[in-house]
Design a binder for this molecule. Sequence first.
Ligand code: HEC
Length: 421
Amino acid sequence: MLILGAIAAIGVEVGSVEWKHVRPIIEQHCLSCHHDGGPAPFALHDPESVALRARFIKEVTASGLMPPWIASEYGLPLQDERGLSDHEIGILAAWADNAHPMGDDLKPAKRPPESPAKDDVVVTMPETWTVPAEGKENWGRRDRDKWTFVLPIGNDDAIHVRGIQHYSTAPQVVHAVTYLADPTDASQWKDSRDDMFGTYMTGDIRDRPSGELGGTGVGHRKLRLPEGFHWDVPRGSDLAMEVHYRPLGRPLRLQDRIAFEVTADQNSRPLRTLISMVRWIDVASGASSTVEDQFVLEEDVQLVGITPRAMGTCTALRLTASLPHGEEVILFDAPDWDPHWRQTFLLEDVYELPLGTVIRGTWRIVNTEGNLRNPFVPIERLSMARRTGAVSILLHVAAEDPEADQRLQGWHRELMRSRMR
Ligand code: HEC
């Protein structure tokens, strides 16, 4: 009776759902990706293109496949959450079941206006790169589905970045992109080891994970921090950008542009990245395993956002906090992890994590053929180790004041060192 209830709630009878009832749902939940030139394979502006796919749309919305959103409701509330209400799913289903009547109002669906980004500092890939038509084999028998580029920023002074916007020349193939500001020569050096522009290696620099400056995802190419927080880009930095892509069957030209919105707020505090990680995983062929990491916070911090990182061998991940007074809180939960939809998740409200909080990351690893997202086929023993974690979750946090910030960084550097021992 879900559908009857849903329709009654909008004052329309089951048989009379028309395009005008469907349109606002498409506008609000689908057009951020399904627009002309967007990341999705087809646009959903015209009533005809939506009608053509009415049954398909009913299926993917009823099953929760679309709109894509990997975080469950058990974690902290997140910005820009995606999802349909039962009402909305019911309306789409009723329209499909009733041979999608159009009615008189045939206005096309329009993408809601977005607040324009402030492009204070713009960095562009210095060369173009060609996204290959197909994935290739590499050292790990894995598709070469990522590439890291170095974009010189050449800033004479430190920049306090409040917002990041990614403009892509190939939005349909670019998935998750993570960023890191590197004031050393390390990323240039990595890139210069062969003649190619960019490298297949990660964007990590030693103990620093790509994603320190967050990451953008499909249909979410803009990150804007809450007021009073920024990412620090030291003077003379390069932007190391790790791009994950999905080949489309034809080569595509990539020359992306990253725009930073800069804050002039003197009291703005820098975000630092804490890593929950498991450095080494070893799972037999055909086996599954749950791996866990925990550490105790040695400083009061405010949690602003979370960036999960794991390949498709991981099927679920979770980040929890045991607060000093005993309360258990789920910070982030992805019960059906799909790396295709990963991004930085900014919290709806900044969350206080006091000194003494135990932070715990958990990852479910399924090294079987039944795991359809396992990139390693045929299945073999999965054994991998990385300085910044074979699986990890980044916590973007700010300390109380500059002194606490210094202590926080010192403590975290030591934590990373101890993990290498
Ligand atoms: C965050 C971006 C995004 C949003 C929002 C989104 N889609 Fe999609 N959609 C995609 C992409 C990308 C694909 C291509 C398949 C893939 O990448 O998994 C897709 C594929 C589809 C497909 C084809 C499914 C398939 O298996 O090939 C349908 C149907 C669809 N979307 C409908 C919708 C509807 C209806 C909505 C709104 C309720 C919606 N999508 C919202 C990005 C999005």
